[in-house]
Design a protein around this ligand. Structure first.
Ligand code: PMP
Length: 304
């Protein structure tokens, strides 16, 4: 894997040769932000499609802005660099791309003021994130961060300690993934994915004001449901026990894609099988990510 090429500070270099100091503020204080992007391999057309590149790099630069990280690249330039990187690696399978912007400064002290701002982009083949097609989840005892603490809207590396603690807790107890509640007790999201619930034929998901990351897949799921499947979508707070009353639950995310939840806190969701609405959205998602649906072709950038 480390034989792959990465992009570091303006050059395409062997990932093994990327040399980042142990003194960097990114390593010492987590002063960094990142993105997770997928490029989908489509065997029939012999093509790799980078998915929603523009949306990911727009969110990336928004995260950078909050962290006072100044990169010398526009969204368009970052998209071009990523396509070039994928091409140079000659990937012929679905690939995960991880851009990280960080404070490279080696001075002691957790300041965002220093100017040594850096970027690295690495990538690797990635199939299914969990290796499972349905998940058993549990609410974690760790509370989700809020906007005035460590803003969930920003993909700050430091926020993922909150995610990792939640994952450790629930996976140690045998569950597949955690669900966070907000400080006010509302359902928030997973450690690295947004959550959707189906009740009485409506698709419901927590609003950004409940401290979720504004997921790019979440936005797409809402679009598919509204425009293509004619399902009413509601963004509103969700109470914990609604998870138990739900007809369907599922996660959405770049790594997680669209994955059904069949059990929450030891309660069977619906009839214990992946729900119909989730299945229809998942199917649309898997077709459109490989450029098979005309309406969504703009979201797919051909690499080759
Ligand atoms: N929430 C969190 C905390 C995440 O890390 C992610 C993954 N980026 C998501 C939601 C899903 O966002 P997206 O669909 O943009 O990948």
């Amino acid at each position: 894997m480390n034989e792959c090429l990465a992009f570091y500070q303006g050059d395409f270099v062997k990932e093994n040769n990327v040399n980042i100091s142990v003194r960097s503020k990114a390593f010492n204080y987590g002063l960094a932000c990142f993105e997770g992007i997928r490029a989908y391999w489509h065997e029939d057309s012999n093509q790799l499609y980078a998915f929603k590149l523009k949306e990911h790099y727009t969110r990336f630069l928004q995260s950078c802005k909050v962290l006072n990280i100044k990169l010398p690249y526009s969204v368009e330039e970052l998209c071009d660099i990523t396509i070039e990187l994928l091409k140079k690696n000659n990937f012929k399978s679905t690939t995960y791309i991880r851009p990280i912007a960080f404070k490279g400064s080696e001075h002691i002290g957790p300041t965002l003021k220093d100017n040594d701002d850096r970027i690295v982009i690495y990538c690797q083949p990635l199939g299914s994130y969990t290796g499972k097609d349905r998940l058993r989840v549990a609410v974690t005892s760790w509370t989700r961060l809020n906007d005035n603490m460590l803003p969930p809207r920003v993909k700050a590396t430091a926020s993922y300690l909150n995610s990792a603690l939640a994952s450790l807790e629930v996976t140690s107890r045998g569950y597949d993934e955690a669900i966070f509640l907000t400080a006010t007790g509302h359902v928030c999201e997973g450690p690295g994915e947004n959550i959707f619930m189906v009740r009485k034929g409506k698709l419901i998901t927590p609003p950004p004001s409940d401290n979720i990351l504004e997921g790019i897949t979440r936005e797409l799921v809402m679009q598919i449901a509204r425009e293509d499947l004619g399902i009413e979508v509601v963004e509103r707070s969700i109470s914990r026990t609604e998870l138990y009353a739900a007809d369907e639950l599922f996660f959405s995310g770049t790594a997680m894609e669209v994955t059904p939840i069949i059990e929450a806190d030891d309660r069977i969701v619906g009839n214990g099988e992946p729900g119909e609405i989730c299945k229809r959205i998942k199917e649309a998602f898997s077709n459109l990510t490989v450029g098979k649906i005309e309406k969504y072709k703009d979201s797919c950038t051909s690499v080759y």
